[in-house]
Design a protein around this ligand. Structure first.
Ligand code: SDX
Length: 392
């Protein structure tokens, strides 16, 4: 048989590890990072604090946070030759594919980041990628617009610097906007970790072969790209836009999903763990209304999203299957209001999830987890003898 008697497609009922990082209760809609509720962290913490919390286990003291920030800032340069790799891509390349490639390419310029065994070597690799990842992410956006590439401004905070790298324009004064940066900071916190989801499991299994942190993250980015996972935030906006073009006919799309027409799904709906509501979706929905209000933006797509959700939540098909808006349903509406292009939405998800992936990789390595290698049930051919081509 191949060694096992039962299999568990999609690992719906399989636990892969013990972890002390993130706690989810799918029935009660609870999400905690190292014991702190997501609601409190989204309100009171900033993203760099949450990075420290997830990776090292506690909220940092002022001194710890200052050193963390300083160590990251010292690593914000990216080897100039990396630009030659970026140059090789067509402008039309999807930013997630570029980001995954650049993250893997970074290994060649940081060979010491691969075979890390000691906590100190891990720390050095971690601050390197926390510093360089936002630079690479910003580069993927600027490449599409043929804009100059820079390494950011170390006088700014982590999220402000990310925003400036994405949006600063030559010969134009860059104006930081507190509403925008606060919204970005909150979104990154809400995406920071989510226990053993598809991309995190990918980071863990690649890391379990000791391929190194950057290679594991590059694999995680590719997993996150899929429309069933992080790629859903881009697919949601494309779906809402299609509904808008279709005269706002939400019923048509609800029915398409119910009839599973061309295996169409309501993007941004449903979750493997949350069966009553996704606590992040609640916070993001409220934040979307606040941000658009504060920025004075009227986006018809928000009304379509709310209308679609109201109808679906009362429809037997969705109720019976416990399908609710997830983290991706409203996030794109805020990204859009912040001027972020649709193709960059999943890169924003990756920027948020970076500390979670790092924390989970570090925990897996420190706990000396064995290499991931599941078994199977063999359903192929029995033994047969080779046939010369003349006999086939
Ligand atoms: C993320 O795991 C994580 O924590 C992920 C994440 C994170 O933070 O890392 O939370 C981020 O990936 C959120 C999910 C983003 N994906 C989408 O919004 C895409 C649309 N959603 C689905 O494809 C689906 O709901 C999943 C992938 C999220 C969950 O899939 P499951 O648990 O494997 O459920 P399933 O595919 O077995 O569906 C069960 C039933 C099926 O119908 P029946 O066969 O019972 O008739 O529900 C139906 C599905 O067809 N269904 C949907 C649906 N989602 C599930 N039908 C219509 N629209 C949907 N969105």
């Amino acid at each position: 048989t191949g060694g096992v008697t039962t299999i568990d497609p999609g690992y719906k009922n399989t636990g892969s590890c013990e972890s002390a990082i993130t706690f989810l209760d799918g029935e009660k809609g609870i999400l905690r990072y190292r014991g702190y509720s997501i609601e409190e962290l989204a309100e009171k913490a900033d993203f760099l604090e949450v990075c420290y919390l997830l990776i090292f286990g506690n909220l940092p003291t002022a001194t710890e946070l200052e050193k963390f920030d300083k160590d990251i800032k010292e690593e914000s340069h990216v080897d100039e030759d990396m630009k030659k790799i970026l140059d090789g891509f067509p402008k039309s390349a999807h930013p997630m594919g570029v980001l995954s490639s650049l993250t893997s390419a970074l290994i060649a310029f940081n060979p010491g980041s691969v075979d890390v065994d000691s906590e100190e070597e891990m720390y050095n690799a971690i601050v390197k990628i926390l510093a360089k990842f936002p630079v690479l992410a910003a580069w993927t956006m600027r490449k599409r617009k043929s804009l100059p590439l820079d390494y950011g401004d170390s006088s700014l905070g982590y999220v402000e610097n990310l925003h400036k790298m994405m949006f600063a324009r030559p010969n134009k004064t860059y104006e930081a906007n507190k509403i925008v940066n606060d919204a970005l900071d909150k979104l990154l916190i809400l995406h920071a970790d989510h226990e053993q989801n598809c991309s995190t499991s990918t980071v863990r299994i690649v890391g379990s072969s000791h391929a190194g942190l950057f290679a594991s993250l590059s694999a995680g980015i590719s997993a996150l790209w899929g429309p069933l996972h992080g790629g859903a935030n881009q697919a949601v906006i494309e779906m809402l836009e299609a509904i808008k073009e279709d005269g706002g006919d939400t019923a048509k799309y609800i029915n398409k999903a119910k009839d599973k027409e061309d295996s169409f799904r309501l993007m941004g709906f449903g979750h493997r763990v949350y069966k009553n509501f996704d606590p992040r979706a609640k916070i993001i929905k409220k934040s979307a209304e606040e941000v658009l209000g504060n920025l004075g933006i009227e986006d018809p797509v928000l009304d379509i999203a709310k209308g679609l959700s109201e109808v679906a939540l009362k429809d037997e098909y969705f109720v019976q299957r416990k399908l609710y808006p997830n983290v991706d349903f409203y996030s794109g509406i805020i990204y859009r209001a912040l001027g972020i292009p649709t193709e960059m939405f999943t890169v924003m998800f990756a920027l948020g999830r970076l500390p979670g992936w790092i924390a989970q990789w570090r925990e897996m390595r420190l706990r000396k987890e064995p290499i991931g290698r599941p078994r199977q049930i063999y359903i192929g051919e029995n033994h047969r003898d080779f046939k010369e081509i003349s006999e086939r």
